[in-house]
Write a protein that binds this ligand. Structure first.
Ligand SMILES: Cc1ncc(COP(=O)(O)O)c(C=O)c1O
Length: 382
């Protein structure tokens, strides 16, 4: 066997890749598992989107930058919902999901040994991709007492001279915390002061959130910030793999240098579907959020039964629940899985600051959630 590359020494297989294998094997053994772990929308995409896919009849390689109509639809979407002007010719780059963008951005701007500021708790991919390209993740703690916002004054106490990128993610996964305009302004000022590229990962701004925000709405933001966005959660298209990175062309050109050497365009039908989705009226969000609100009520009841506390004013696809003081996240998650056949994610998957929390996904049918409620209601937990 050839030894694997050194860059893999510090990188583990993605948590959900491992855990969902285990969950599937439990299901194969006949266990009636209810999966409240993963944020993959179970609802259908809009019908017009599926029609566009069915009617697609072009099968050749597609443009590395995506169809101009797709970029235009993305730019119009940003103008309509975030009030941000983007030149569709060179300030919008469609991606196959925002997750691939995390790698492309990292490859475009980091050299081995460069440092990267990463939120804890946060999406695990920021740190693993940083390690994959032999840069150094430096986590910054997000605390409930500070609304899960970065404490920039605290971060500035460290030497930031090697830091090239700071990942931020508002609405925040897993906590559901939202940024306000002031936080975005402070982040932009921080990026400019220290010459750190601020990347806001923004896939949740239409889920249980009345005021979608983009970091690019801060005047002058394009000088030092770019943003990832995604159709995965916004239009229930996670398996389609459509996202985007938006911002100044000098940044996007560097990302395109990476991307155009890694794939050969996105299937035409998917791009046509994405154009339809992005052109829908805001009624779409109202109807989708009605479903999530009802589901969230049931999860809140489950949390209350488990003596977990939670924030009602939160956005995104999850309920982030603080567990009782005498318990630990992994043990509680295991106990719920092995004794009650319900999978919830331990907070530690998202970093050390996630200890003391578990995360419930809203991507599950209401009846199944009620069943989970019944199972846990009867059960002796803790
Ligand atoms: C914070 C965050 N960023 C990015 C992604 C990736 O989304 P996409 O489907 O667009 O690749 C996810 C998916 O769960 C996420 O939670």
């Amino acid at each position: 066997m050839l030894p694997q590359a050194k860059r893999l020494n510090d990188v583990k297989e993605y948590y959900f890749s491992i855990k969902l294998r285990e969950v599937r094997s439990l299901i194969d053994q006949g266990k009636p598992i209810i999966n409240l772990g993963i944020g993959s929308p179970d609802l259908d995409p809009p019908e017009t989107v599926m029609d566009a896919l069915k009617n697609a009849d072009v099968h050749g390689y597609q443009s590395y930058q995506g169809l101009p109509e797709l970029r235009e639809a993305m730019a119009l979407f940003y103008q309509r919902y975030y009030g941000v002007d983007l030149a569709f010719k060179d300030e919008v780059l469609p991606l196959m999901g925002s997750k691939e963008g995390i790698l492309h951005i990292s490859m475009a701007f980091l050299n081995p040994g460069d440092q990267v500021l990463i939120p804890d708790p946060g999406y695990p991919t920021y740190a693993s991709v940083t390690k994959l390209i032999q840069a150094v993740p430096i986590t910054y703690a997000l605390k409930e007492s500070n609304n899960w916002w970065p404490d920039l004054k605290e971060i500035e106490k460290s030497d930031l001279s090697k830091v090239k990128i700071m990942w931020v993610n508002y609405p925040h996964m897993p906590t559901g915390s939202n940024a306000n305009q002031q936080l975005f302004e402070e982040l932009i000022a921080f990026g400019k002061k220290h010459q750190i590229l601020i990347v806001n990962d923004n896939p949740y701004s239409f889920i249980l959130n009345d005021h979608p925000k983009s970091i690019l709405s801060v005047p002058g933001a394009k000088d030092i910030a770019i943003e990832l966005n995604s159709l995965s959660k916004t239009f229930n298209m996670a398996g389609w793999r459509v996202g985007m990175v938006v911002g100044h062309k000098k940044y996007l050109n560097a990302i395109l240098k990476v991307k155009s050497n890694m794939d050969s365009g996105m299937y035409y039908g998917i791009q046509k579907g994405a154009i339809e989705a992005l052109s829908l009226s805001s009624e779409w969000f109202v109807s989708m959020n009605k479903v999530y609100k009802k589901r969230r009520e049931i999860i809140w009841q489950i949390c209350e039964n488990l003596k977990c506390s939670f924030e009602r004013e939160s956005s995104g696809l999850f309920v982030w629940a603080k567990i009782p003081a005498n318990t630990n996240s992994n043990d509680l998650s295991d106990q719920i899985l092995y004794n009650h056949d319900i999978f919830v994610t331990p907070g530690t998957v998202f970093g050390a600051q996630g200890e003391g929390y578990i995360r419930f996904s809203l991507c599950m049918d209401e009846n199944k959630m009620k069943e989970a409620f019944q199972r846990l209601n009867k059960a002796e937990i803790l």
